[in-house]
Design a protein around this ligand. Structure first.
Ligand SMILES: NC(=O)c1ccc[n+]([C@@H]2O[C@H](COP(=O)([O-])OP(=O)(O)OC[C@H]3O[C@@H](n4cnc5c(N)ncnc54)[C@H](O)[C@@H]3O)[C@@H](O)[C@H]2O)c1
Length: 439
């Protein structure tokens, strides 16, 4: 099938590469000429495990092309995926500028029937607006072609995006006409060979499903964080409580980890956008508002612990920080808790030496060269002149560090574990002071 994907970010590039990998002829469009240049030069602009190999393989096979040419993309795909960013607007709503610009690009040049599929996370009602702007563009050039707009929200996780796309739990298709559903059924058939995973529903329910999923996951995290803070005061260990409740199949194991708050490009903005949507309908969603509030507070939690232990004035103090990305296996630092921690430490006069397995370049791009902030090329190098270590992201390579060496290197021998990676007793056995979350 001929497919165009608008947007070459975490969702667009992964979708384009995986769709090409099963034999489709894919054109991937981005307005960012720098991104497309990297792709044309044989690289990829993001870190995503396994993605580079798939991109290379399919470019070589001639099934995957990259372009900045809107016209080329609009003329190519029978199915046109919109996978551009939907960042939060100032009032918390999803900014639909990129989505509508992408839709206009399709309407401006399409020359026959198209299925336009919204893969971006967009508020309920967006498909109607996409439909409208395509109609406007066609009217402007005096043509009237048939097209369908469907909602096909994406559920892949950064860090496991290729795996998730190749083996989805479910494929949601929100559509009002069967012609479009037939196209997507055919396109997704290779990804659901052992059993049907495609769930067809109306467009609005599909759009809401994506927000419901992220809001639910964010709720679980905030719930655990709230209980973690209580556990601390009660002398209980939230890690043991987590195991105690996760073993109940009605609750399950996922997204029950207490820590220093959720971040990333999706949960914070999607919770905000859903609150905004509800507000417009006259609903408050007090539960979700609390989820957001708890998360905002939780991002401060590590700082509160540091200040409680080391004082308000951190001038002359140096902290090693492990983990800049908002979660392991990605270089994405959008709304990463590490940024809150770094900002707060620098503001209090401390210096920070940060290390991350893959997000260092992204950190330099986002944070620039700030007074007091340095980067180390190895995790243990970050500890060289540090008083304490702060673990913000649970990368695998931090799981079992050389605690004896850590104890020799850290001046004050303190570990602030923002992800409860370590067993407190093990850390303490090496003469280190341990501060986790909810333990
Ligand atoms: N990142 C995730 O894990 C994830 C998962 C599921 C859903 N989503 C949703 O998918 C959407 C995309 O997210 P992302 O993380 O891939 O974003 P991203 O920022 O990584 O990529 C978006 C890309 O779109 C490009 N773009 C913007 N306007 C364009 C236009 N008019 N034409 C062509 N390209 C354009 C940008 O240059 C950028 O490269 C968002 O709505 C997001 O909420 C993201």
């Amino acid at each position: 099938m001929k497919v165009s994907v608008v947007g070459a970010g975490y969702v667009g590039l992964v979708s384009a590469a995986c769709l090409a990998d099963v034999g489709n002829d894919v054109v991937c469009l981005d307005v960012d000429a720098g991104r497309i240049r990297i792709l044309l030069d044989g690289g990829i602009p993001i870190h995503e495990p396994g993605l580079l190999e798939i991109v290379r393989r399919n470019v070589q096979a001639g099934r995957l092309r990259f372009t900045t040419d809107e016209r080329l993309a609009a003329l190519h795909g029978d199915v046109q995926f919109i996978a551009v960013g939907t960042p939060p607007d100032e009032n918390g709503s999803a900014d639909l500028r990129h989505v509508l610009a992408a839709a206009r690009g399709i309407g401006r040049y399409m020359d026959g029937y198209r299925v336009v599929a919204d893969k971006s996370t967009v508020p309920v009602g967006t498909a109607d607006r996409v439909r409208e702007v395509i109609a406007e563009e066609m009217a402007a050039r005096g043509v009237d072609l048939a097209y369908s707009v469907v909602s096909n929200p994406e559920f892949l996780k950064e860090g496991a995006a290729v795996e998730d796309f190749m083996r989805p739990d479910r494929i949601i298709v929100g559509a009002d006409d069967t012609r479009a559903v037939d196209y997507l059924r055919e396109l997704y058939a290779p990804f659901q060979r052992n059993h049907q995973r495609l769930l067809v529903m109306d467009v609005r329910s599909a759009e809401l499903t994506k927000y419901a999923a992220n809001a639910m996951l964010a709720t679980r995290i905030s719930f655990m964080n709230e209980l973690a803070n209580l556990a601390e005061d009660l002398g209980a260990d939230i890690e043991l409580v987590r195991q105690g409740i996760g073993s109940d199949p009605r609750i399950g194991w996922h997204f029950l980890y207490a820590g220093c708050g959720y971040g990333g490009s999706c949960f914070p903005k999607d919770v905000k956008a859903l609150l905004h949507t509800a507000n417009q309908q006259g609903h408050e969603l007090p539960l979700l508002r609390a989820v957001e509030l708890v998360n905002e507070r939780q991002k401060q939690r590590l700082i509160d612990k540091i200040v409680l232990r080391m004082g308000e004035n951190l001038h002359g103090r140096c902290f090693a920080l492990w983990g800049l990305a908002f979660k392991p296996n990605t270089d994405d630092m959008r709304a990463a808790p590490s940024r809150v921690v770094i900002d707060a430490l620098l503001a209090r006069g401390a210096s920070v030496v940060a290390y991350d397995p893959v997000a260092m370049e992204e950190a330099r791009r986002l944070l620039g060269s700030r007074q007091g902030l340095k980067y180390a090329s190895q995790p243990m190098d970050a500890l060289a002149d540090a008083d304490a270590l702060i673990v913000v992201t649970e990368w695998k390579e931090f799981r079992s560090p050389d605690f004896a060496r850590m104890g020799r290197q850290l001046r004050e021998r303190i570990v602030f574990d923002g992800r409860n990676m370590y067993e407190p007793a093990v850390v303490r056995r090496h003469g280190l002071e341990y501060h986790g979350i909810g333990r």
